[in-house]
Ligand binder design. Structure first.
Ligand code: G6Q
Length: 553
């Protein structure tokens, strides 16, 4: 019997024998160099990889041995990972602090599967929304859906922030190759008016459709931008409120607020409270993605997610891509002391992927208490960051190679380019492989001397190496491949959260941000000098700003 939730959480992670065994084992691994690990085991590179759902993960350049992997898998078992995976897939209240099911996997379940939440089959609901989305997208893409003046829609602007923005932005860019090139797609998220103004400055309102994405429909930034969009449209449409129905659709759980904003309930696409914002790009929050790439490609993306879901749920842990990926990240973080993780896609279309993962990983696992409210005594979620290669090579890779921090890297590449330009794809991939190799093996002082480096420069031209990395390869950046890649990281984040015994699905720090600005905004807006009750620094900043700001128009 797997341990129950309460039994599992009653054992402190750092007192578990499996944790202690890993700590003792780490002392043996830390002095070992990857050079030595490869010398001892020439077939290491062929053995330490796993394939699933079209992805190939090479983890031979991680600082692990067979023993490390065995101990990590034992830790996963002891923490009840298998039972937690099942609990999530079955719709149990895995998000304990919000008492919610966590069912992004239901968003890509195939028609005919049944997942019940409070006795209701959510898969049927998901497919009903997907069909409405597809029908709407066909109307817009074919030009049957026209704007107020009868012109077809040429521009789509997604208004949303956080999970209602980062997924759509990332997915649009990742799949731009498959998108309608005779339409423009833009994304407005910031309450900074510049974001909206720049997005619409060359557009005709009568050809523009706004997709207002907000799970709660109470988010300050999104509502401010949506109101700006409304005013921009009305100005061009003789203040005819009925025109708005042709130019605004919403994605939300909150029909009452959508209607009170002025969007027709018939123009609303539903989501559910069991979908976290950062896990929602494959729900109706992805409406702009579907408008861009069409329903068929969107379904292919969902199939990619689903293939990885199935693999995660059924594959033995030693061959389970998200489990291994998560455990290796945990090993680097908790036992080798790596506080960050760099994600380096060698694919220009994935330029927003690091930012997307930043939210997915850091909002999920940036927690300092366990599900029981106890302060953890081990590091949790690492800082995620990164940029596409090869660009990053000409800037921050210096620190990866020769800095004092250990920064594990995930290199991501594709065997076939979407845009062939002479031999440039080989150049791109050569760089990817060479970077992983250099980080792992470095260059010794002896090698530098043999290369004729002057003695005084040898310390500067020496590379310690022993810097771990994963390499993730897929055939081609298709909608399916994107789905598998995102699901891999979703589940890897989950694996780590289970072991750390934290709630990966709440976001109280983000909620704090949503309320903090409210009272301060009143202080800024006040027409008479307000009585300020902040700390003395904040009070002084507010006074400084009030004296210099331009009057509101
Ligand atoms: C995601 C977060 C957060 C959220 C935004 C937008 O997991 O909860 O990023 O997506 O704050 O919230 P709304 O969709 O409710 O506007």
């Amino acid at each position: 019997m797997p341990p129950s939730f309460s039994e599992r959480s009653s054992v402190a992670l750092t007192s578990r024998p499996q944790w202690l065994a890993l700590q003792a084992h780490a002392e043996k691994i830390v002095p070992l160099h990857l050079r030595e690990l490869f010398e001892r085991d020439p077939a290491r590179g062929e053995r330490l990889h796993v394939t699933a759902a079209g992805l190939y993960l090479d983890y031979a350049k991680q600082r692990v041995t067979g023993e490390t992997l065995r101990l990590l898998l034992e830790l996963a078992d002891a923490c009840g990972l298998r039972a937690r995976i099942e609990a999530m897939f079955r719709g149990e209240l895995v998000n304990v602090t919000e008492q919610r099911a966590v069912l992004h996997t239901a968003l890509r379940a195939t028609a005919g599967e049944h997942i019940l939440v409070n006795g209701r089959d959510v898969v049927a609901d998901v497919h009903a929304v997907l069909e409405r989305m597809a029908a709407f997208c066909e109307l817009v893409r074919s030009g049957v859906w026209t704007g107020y003046s009868g012109k077809r829609i040429r521009n789509v602007i997604n208004i949303g922030i956080g999970g209602s923005d980062l997924g759509p932005v990332m997915a649009f860019d990742a799949l731009r190759h498959y998108s309608r090139r005779d339409m423009s797609f833009r994304f407005v998220s910031n309450v900074d008016g510049t974001d909206f103004i720049e997005a619409v400055r060359d557009l005709d309102p009568t050809e523009t459709l706004f997709v207002v994405c907000s799970k709660t429909f109470t988010t300050q930034e999104t509502l401010a931008d949506a109101h700006a969009a409304r005013a921009w449209c009305l100005h061009a449409m003789d203040n005819d409120e009925t025109a708005l129905a042709r130019h605004f659709v919403a994605v939300s759980t909150n029909e009452a607020e959508v209607v009170s904003f002025g969007i027709d309930a018939g123009n609303m696409f539903g989501i559910w409270d069991w979908v976290g914002g950062r896990y929602s790009m494959d729900s109706a929050i992805g409406l702009s993605t579907m408008l861009a790439i069409g329903p068929e490609h969107f379904r292919a993306m969902l199939a990619g997610f689903h293939d990885m879901d199935i693999h995660f749920r059924v594959a033995p842990f030693e061959k389970n891509l998200p489990v291994l990926h998560g455990l290796l990240a945990l090993w680097n973080n908790n036992f080798l002391g790596a506080a960050t993780l760099a994600v380096l896609p060698y694919e220009q279309y994935l330029k927003h992927f690091p930012a997307y993962l930043q939210q997915l990983a850091m909002e999920s696992n940036g927690k300092h208490v366990t599900v029981d409210g106890a302060r953890v005594d081990y590091p949790t979620g690492p800082v995620f960051w990164g940029a596409p290669g090869t660009n990053g090579q000409h800037s921050f890779y210096q620190l990866l190679h020769q800095g004092t921090h250990l920064i594990p890297c995930d290199f991501i590449g594709f065997c076939q380019p979407l845009n062939r330009l002479g031999g440039q794809h080989d150049v791109l991939m050569a760089n990817l492989f060479a970077q992983g190799e250099a980080l792992a093996f470095g260059k010794t002082a002896e090698e530098a001397k043999i290369d004729g480096i002057p003695a005084a420069l040898v310390p500067h031209r020496t590379f310690e190496g022993n810097r771990p990395s994963n390499t993730i390869l897929a055939e081609r950046l298709t909608p399916h491949a994107l789905g598998t890649l995102v699901a891999l990281y979703e589940h890897s984040v989950f694996v780590q959260g289970v072991i750390w015994n934290i709630d990966s699905f709440d976001q109280w720090g983000v909620e704090l941000g949503k309320s903090l600005a409210m009272s301060t905004e009143a202080d800024l807006a006040s027409t008479s000098e307000p009585l300020l009750a902040h700390d003395s620094s904040t009070n002084a900043l507010i006074r400084h700003y009030r004296q210099r700001r331009e009057p509101r128009t």
